[in-house]
Structure formats: structure tokens, C-alpha cells
Write a protein that binds this ligand. Structure first.
Ligand code: PSU
Ligand code: MN
Length: 302
């Protein structure tokens, strides 16, 4: 039997009729957030899109089948305790398919599947990037390379400050990914509105749509990354943020943490060091990205 990608009927119809659709990743509820809040966040994001007149297409891998437009039941199956869902980037899709695994798709895998299904806009919970110390570890997310070859529009809140943000921006430049700040020239640092790096700004969803159309007209095959800062009242206090990040890095060095254990270790440390504030901010970030993605998808469809 050949490998299938399932695209839900409502998604297929909306794409064919050029109605607005926004893709959502599943790693945010399989790996990024804790239970049971993870499912609330996943369903709230879908509802937020529907309320804006946009069809949600949550993407993940169910029993080995890459699926664009997961049902509520499928989202529950992937996000519940003990689902066994693995983290699936692009390169993991063939293994997950062959082994019949459940998987939460990363930005790289979600963008690939969304574009394949004809979806033009994707709201992300957290984009990967270049890790601190990457010059010796080579630890750089496949998200960046994926965005260099997938002509889609991705809304993010920048990247988490546990990464090397200037290096991430340099790599995005090298890879030819268009990066714009949504109503800001300050590249956001996920938990905080300003990472200290600058970007070109766009002023409206219509302007983002014009950028994406120009990309397509020019025949460029690269992503447009829209960096959308978290709402001001939801950001982590920048001074507190700097302090807990430094603490987390010291703790990681002292504990000899390396490789893929690093991100969860740092995030957990920051979560505890801020009494849960970073998780609340994570949810607010996602809400904001979903709202902006909805507006961009509507602008592209009209
Ligand atoms: N960053 C976060 N939380 C996440 C992710 C990134 O703060 O959950 C997820 C996203 O799905 C992203 C992926 O696409 O991890 C990147 O992982 P890696 O660095 O292993 O490529
Ligand atoms: Mn990595």
C-alpha cells in the first residue's frame, strides 16, 4: 500500500473554493504544553479561527498517516496522557508512516504538509532555531531549512530567548526566508516583545498578503515569516525574564545537560522560576498568532 496523506473533506473543499484556511501544528499539544491544558489550548485555537470565519486545519500523524485537518477525536487521541505521540519533523514522517506511529508535527513537518494540501497560512506555537553553542554542537532546528523551500506564510512570535536569536536571524537571511515584524521593527523573543534585534515591519494583514502574493508572483519558493509580538500585558517582565534565563542556563551547565534534553530543561526551569508565568505567556503568544493568521488568511482569500 502506498503512503497516503489524508486531507479532511472540509479542508479540501475550502482550499478548492479559495476560502480562508489556517494550518495549526500539533507539537504544541503533544509536547509543548502540559495536560490537560494542552487540549483546551488546541480546541480554543480552532474555535478562535472558526469565530473569525476561517477553517482550522490542525495537522498531525495518526497511526502513521499524516493528516491535514484532524478531527476533535484525533486531536484528543494525540494529546491525551500516554498517547505515545512522538515529535515528528520532516525527516521523521517516513519513519512514523512505516511504523504506524502517532506524532505531533513540528513547524517543519506541519508547513510541509500544509503546503502540500494547498494551505497558504500557518499559525505556529513555537518556531525552532539556532541553539546557543551551535557553532560546536551543530544544533539548529530543521524548521529553518524547511522554511527555505516551502512557500507558505508562518506566523510566529519570533523564537524563544533560550535560542541564539541573532544567529537564528542570520540563518534565516542565509536561507532566503522573508522575515517581517507585524506592526513592529523589533524582532520578538517569544516571552518578551523585544529580543533586541530588528526586522522590517508590515502594517496590516493586507500588507502581509501583498508580500506573500509578490513572493508567489516572483516565483520565489521561500516562506514568509511573520513575527508577531505577544500582547504587552501578557509578556514576561523583561528583567524577570533575563534573570530566570540566566539562572536556567547556569543550572543546565551545572547539571551537564546537552542535546535534545536542553530545551525541555530550560523551559521547565523558567516555568518554575516565574511561578508559571512563562506557560501563561506561551498560551497568549499562540492566541495572538492564531488571530493574526486568521486575518492574513482572510486578506489572501479576498
Ligand atoms: N519551540 C518551543 N516549543 C516547542 C517547539 C519549539 O519553544 O514545542 C516545537 C515546535 O514544533 C518546533 C519544534 O517546530 O519544537 C522544533 O524542534 P527542533 O528544535 O527539535 O527542530
Ligand atoms: Mn535540535
Amino acid at each position: 500500500m502506498s503512503t497516503r496523506v489524508v486531507v479532511a473533506e472540509d479542508v479540501r473543499a475550502a482550499v478548492a473554493e479559495r476560502r480562508p484556511v489556517v494550518a495549526l501544528e500539533s507539537t504544541i499539544f503533544t509536547h509543548g504544553l502540559t495536560r490537560p491544558r494542552n487540549l483546551d489550548v488546541a480546541f480554543e485555537a480552532e474555535q478562535r479561527l472558526r469565530d473569525a470565519g476561517v477553517l482550522p486545519a490542525t495537522i498531525g500523524v495518526v497511526g502513521g498517516v499524516p493528516t491535514v485537518g484532524l478531527s476533535h477525536r484525533q486531536i484528543e487521541a494525540l494529546g491525551r496522557e500516554g498517547s505515545g505521540a512522538v515529535k515528528v519533523s520532516g525527516r521523521d514522517l517516513p519513519v512514523a508512516a512505516a511504523k504506524g506511529l502517532h506524532g505531533g508535527t513540528t513547524v517543519a513537518a506541519t508547513a510541509f504538509l500544509a503546503h502540500r494540501a494547498g494551505i497558504a497560512v500557518f499559525a505556529s506555537g513555537g518556531l525552532g532555531g539556532v541553539h546557543r553553542g551551535a557553532s560546536s554542537t551543530f544544533d539548529e532546528s530543521a524548521d529553518l531549512v524547511a522554511l527555505s523551500s516551502i512557500p507558505i506564510t508562518v506566523v510566529t512570535a519570533g523564537v524563544k530567548s533560550i535560542l541564539d536569536i541573532p544567529a537564528t536571524l542570520e540563518r534565516l537571511e542565509t536561507l532566503g526566508v522573508t522575515v517581517v515584524g507585524y506592526r513592529t521593527t523589533r524582532f520578538p523573543g517569544f516571552y518578551v516583545r523585544d529580543s533586541g534585534c530588528t526586522v522590517d515591519d508590515v502594517g496590516s494583514p493586507e500588507e502581509v498578503a501583498a508580500v506573500a502574493r509578490a513572493r508567489d508572483d516572483l516565483g520565489l519558493r521561500t516562506a514568509v515569516l511573520v513575527a508577531n509580538p505577544v500582547a504587552a500585558d501578557a509578556q514576561v517582565d523583561p528583567a524577570l525574564h533575563a534573570r530566570v534565563l540566566a539562572d536556567a542556563e547556569h543550572a543546565a551547565a551545572a547539571a551537564g545537560i546537552r542535546g535534545k534534553a536542553m530545551t525541555p530543561f530550560l523551559l521547565e526551569h523558567m516555568h518554575r522560576g516565574t511561578q508559571g508565568r512563562t506557560l501563561d505567556t506561551n498560551v497568549a503568544v499562540y492566541r495572538g498568532n492564531v488571530g493574526v493568521a486568521a486575518a492574513i488568511a482572510s486578506a489572501l482569500a479576498s
